[in-house]
Design a protein around this ligand. Structure first.
Ligand SMILES: C[S@@+](CC[C@H](N)C(=O)[O-])C[C@H]1O[C@@H](n2cnc3c(N)ncnc32)[C@H](O)[C@@H]1O
Length: 320
């Protein structure tokens, strides 16, 4: 198993073991938005988990007798479980996507170094798969997932490719890389190269596919996995395009999934991204994938002028 230099492997190894055990138990869980999660968990009779989905999906407190002693011991040893009075609560969630399982942070993800995975992740992975179906990667392509979080974009891209594509998973959050290392190993991407740094700062060389689902909200808590910066949360996405085009090999593609604040019918994010996407004169496509995501954010003061947030895709391809 690969891990970033100097990192404690206990968390990664524990996540991998629990993920493997959950798959053997037939575990499946699809992560919903925080607003949906809160609604479902507020229903009567669900305060305490009764099964594995309650523990590792819905992040509910549970009685210790519900899990094998070894699993509880391993989670405790890795600091991935906490006490809630007489009960325990998992600090990690596991979600399934395309036959794979991904460890990420438990709900609610209030910690600064929380490891993100959500409905955006499912759309992001679908975008990557569609793009690779449209034009498959060469036998020995190099893939970079920048702002990889738990790693699903890069890992699913790697699994979609035939051959021996190389995979680099990069994130500024060391904890995200601990989780990504476990998820990559579980998916059979043992040789994934994990890099901690600001966007491309710790990444070397050029790539045939760069994928990114960066933070795009104006988060009042400025959490790393959520806060995009700039007027409409677009700043990191702009940097990913501006700095990323130079990292594309001939024929290489940059696939960006992000959210766009629509103000008075105008897409402020497209206006910010498009000049950078067009700077080099390469083929570029931009489209809306979903017209209305994270509607609850519109109640935040920073979004007073925004009429909707759209999920959008940008693909830029360097000529061969
Ligand atoms: C919305 S999450 C998406 C995670 C993952 N790509 C997914 O689709 O599930 C954004 C990720 O970008 C990372 N990130 C934020 N700022 C970054 C930066 N300057 N450089 C690298 N990664 C960054 C966060 O730590 C987080 O893991």
């Amino acid at each position: 198993m690969n891990a970033p230099a100097g990192q404690d492997l206990t968390v990664t190894q524990t996540l991998l073991q629990v993920a493997q055990w959950l798959l053997r138990e037939g575990y499946e869980f699809v992560t919903v938005t925080p607003a949906t999660h809160a609604r479902v968990n507020a229903r009567p009779g669900v305060a305490v988990a009764k099964d594995l989905r309650g523990i590792f999906g819905w992040s509910r407190p549970f009685e210790v007798s519900l899990l094998p002693r070894k699993i509880v011991g391993d989670l405790r040893g890795a600091g991935l479980i906490e006490s809630r009075g007489e009960l325990l609560r998992s600090k990690v969630r596991f979600s399934t996507l395309g036959g794979q399982i991904f460890a990420h942070s438990a709900y609610p993800t209030t910690e600064e170094d929380a490891v993100f995975f959500g409905p955006d992740t499912y759309r992001f992975v679908q975008l990557i798969r569609d793009e690779l179906q449209r034009e498959p990667l060469g036998q020995e392509g190099r893939i970079l997932d920048v702002g990889c979080g738990a790693g699903p974009g890069g890992i699913m891209a790697r699994l979609t490719c035939n051959g021996e594509a190389g995979l680099v998973l990069a994130d500024i959050n060391a904890r995200a890389l601990q989780f990504a290392a476990a998820n990559a190993a579980q998916a059979g991407c043992d040789r994934a190269d994990l890099r901690q740094g600001d966007l491309y700062g710790a990444v070397h060389g050029s790539f045939d596919l760069i994928v990114a689902n960066p933070p795009y909200l104006n988060d009042s808590l400025q959490r790393t996995y959520r806060h995009g910066g700039g007027r409409w949360g677009e700043a990191l996405g702009v940097r990913i395009v501006r700095e990323g085009l130079d990292r594309l090999a001939p024929g290489g593609r940059l696939v960006l999934y992000t959210g766009a604040a629509i103000v008075d019918g105008a897409d402020a994010v497209r206006e910010a991204l498009w000049p950078h996407a067009q700077r080099v004169g390469w083929e570029a496509r931009y489209w809306e994938m979903d017209p209305d995501v994270f509607g609850e954010e519109l109640e935040e003061s920073g979004y007073a002028e925004v009429e909707r947030i759209a999920a959008v895709a940008l693909v830029v391809q360097r000529p061969r």
